[in-house]
Design a protein around this ligand. Sequence first.
Ligand code: SF4
Ligand code: SF4
Length: 270
Amino acid sequence: MHRYSVRFHGLGGQGLKSMLQEMVAPLLMRMGFSVQAFPFFGGERRGAAVIGYLRFGTKPITTHSFIEEPDMVVLFDERIAMEHAVHNLRPGSILLVNSPDARHLVEHYPQFTIFSLNARAISIKNTIGQNDDPFLVINTAMAGAFLRVLEIVANVYAHDHDITAVLEGSLSKKIAENTMAVHEGKDAVMNASGPRPDGSTDPRFGITGPNDRCTKCRLCHLFCPKRAIDVSADDVYTIAGDRCNYCGICVAVCPRDALTLFTNTTGETS
Ligand code: SF4
Ligand code: SF4
């Protein structure tokens, strides 16, 4: 990977700036990347629009402008105008959104691969944010989700000990709760085109394989957060369509390129 760029959209109070500059950027630097991360504020108050820009890569970063055409957009809040958030996001790019149910976005934006999680619920569960706060802080759950999506789409993996070190260096309170929120955020990420309540699935998305390159190493089975890859007594692998949410983790961890994720609007494999 030469360069990756991400634009974050959030609201004042949700912790976007601290996530970007005190968690994600230091973590990527610990991993050896060149990193550039900066926020832009509409107004420095709770509820006002906040935009964050992140570039990282293996070579020095010499561009210092706002990011107009990101590889990924991370949306902290669906109250932000979607047209504004996905402005100049190219077809095939990634949208990660904090939403209890992002399937409606799949209908409106079939050109993007959309991941979602309920970061608000994770924050409340871990006593980080209050249920009655319209702008509660969700940054550690979003950081975890962002790290998971980086694993899936960019093969960028952060070690747990690096995550812990960064959180301990950046947080002054509720370190255990926020660390839990990061890990729960990672595990909660789902492809928004996953199974619907009636069990039906979006035919544009799916997992195929394992193909004949598979060595039966079981990594996919072990890493699947939905326990959707069954292994029979005679080592036959089956992906359960009613449990799989197309998160792509199995594809990312497979060392043999033996699984394929359908992620485009025509149903062709990529
Ligand atoms: S995409 Fe792979 S890892 Fe994700 S739920 Fe489906 S089978 Fe499991
Ligand atoms: S991770 Fe890949 S090689 Fe290993 S069992 Fe799964 S499909 Fe096969």
